[in-house]
Design a protein around this ligand. Structure first.
Ligand code: PLP
Length: 376
């Protein structure tokens, strides 16, 4: 089988526009991070996400760490985290010294169950870190009400959510701070990259300082006529996105609407082709939110052998994967609770190809092969 016969699980959409954007950055002479191209990207990303401030970072984990740090998370604190996610979410809490307290998820859209959040609150709880699972926003009205009632802050792990919205409000604007990923497996990408978005300019300014070792970015000194000498008064990091990557992201932002529409069309086609297949439940997009479909994940009935289905798909040129992780069972966290919904879906989810370059024929082929795999 030729590689081109394989239907890949995920694929970036990049081409001439991105190459031109890279050439523009080369011509500007500013390739390092937090430069003029990053600034331009940040302005446009703030518009897209409906916030006052966006900060470009080198990945989503860095943005999560910055967000938690400027919100004050520290040793002795507990942060309630949606369990079903790539473990960058839990890791970022642990990096601050705080304890991630994982909470179980909704069985339909897999984001954190607000009732489970409420039940996990203790006197040490300082905040809630919800995850928009595969890009579909969590229940921010309910989560905000809980946060307000208990004096907690609210963060949105929007790693997969570029282009998503909740009740008409864009992902990125749904919590005190949100964080995005531009890793190659996300809906828009620069290979690696991330962003933090917020409407709180004091938090944005602090995050900006910490993302460049604890001083103002060099761009702010670029046009000075005297000799400004920064002082380091706080231990920051290098979490900058390079301007080369920011150039790619500008081109990706131009594509965002088209890319999300293409993924939605794939999801609709899968829904039609697989909706009646015994043994398989197709994923739900709720009416009050826009789902950008970072991944398309079906739930297999408990009696379907997922390993066998995966082997069949791969043998027939269809890439697939599990869904994402049940965080609470990962040994790194030493978490003692049991979260049955997340633990169960971790065993039954199957991600099938989802990206903006899939043709209708390819989607047909994936669906027919999955049908054959289940029936075989
Ligand atoms: C991909 C992902 C991350 C990590 O993003 P990086 O940019 O690789 O750090 C974090 N959270 C979720 C929900 C993700 O899907």
């Amino acid at each position: 089988m030729f590689l081109s016969d394989v239907v890949s699980l995920g694929q970036p959409t990049v081409g001439e526009e991105e190459l031109r954007a890279i050439a523009d950055v080369f011509a500007s002479g500013w390739l390092s991070g937090a430069g003029p191209t990053c600034q331009k990207f940040e302005q446009r990303f703030a518009e897209v996400t409906g916030v006052t401030d966006a900060l470009a970072t080198n990945n989503c984990g860095a943005a999560l760490h910055l967000g938690l740090t400027v919100l004050g998370a520290q040793a002795g604190d507990e942060v309630i985290v949606g369990d079903y996610t790539f473990p960058a979410t839990g890791h970022s809490v642990a990096w601050t010294g705080a304890t991630p307290v994982f909470a179980d998820i909704r069985p339909d859209i897999w984001s954190v169950d607000p009732a489970a959040v409420e039940a996990a609150i203790t006197p040490r709880t300082v905040g809630i870190l919800a995850v928009d699972v595969f890009g579909q926003p969590a229940d921010y009205d309910e989560l905000r009400a809980i946060a307000d009632r208990h004096g907690l802050w609210l963060m949105e792990d929007a790693a997969c959510s570029a282009g998503a919205s909740y009740k008409g409000r864009p992902a990125g604007s749904l919590a005190d701070i949100a964080t995005f990923s531009f890793h190659g497996r996300k809906g828009i990408t620069a290979g690696e990259g991330g962003a933090l978005t917020t409407n709180k300019s004091d938090l944005a300014a602090h995050a900006r300082k910490l993302h460049t070792y604890g001083i103002a970015p060099a761009l702010s000194r670029e046009n000075s006529t005297d000799l400004p000498i920064p002082t380091f008064d706080e231990l920051g990091f290098n979490y900058r996105l390079s301007d080369v990557a920011a150039g790619i992201m500008l081109a990706q932002l131009d594509r965002l609407t088209t890319l999300v529409a293409a993924r939605q069309a794939v999801a609709a086609q899968y829904g039609e082709l697989l909706g009646d297949l015994d043994g398989v439940t197709t994923p739900v997009a709720l009416e009050d939110r826009v789902h950008p479909w970072q991944s398309y994940v079906v739930t297999l009935d408990p009696d379907v052998d997922r390993g066998r289905v995966a082997t069949y798909l791969k043998a027939n040129g269809i890439q697939c994967n599990f869904g994402t992780y049940a965080s609470h069972i990962q040994p790194v966290y030493g978490f003692s609770g049991h979260l049955p919904v997340s633990a169960d879906l971790f065993l039954r989810h199957l991600a099938i190809p989802m990206h903006a370059n899939l043709s209708e024929d390819e989607v047909d082929r994936v669906a027919a092969t999955l049908r054959a795999a289940i029936g075989s």
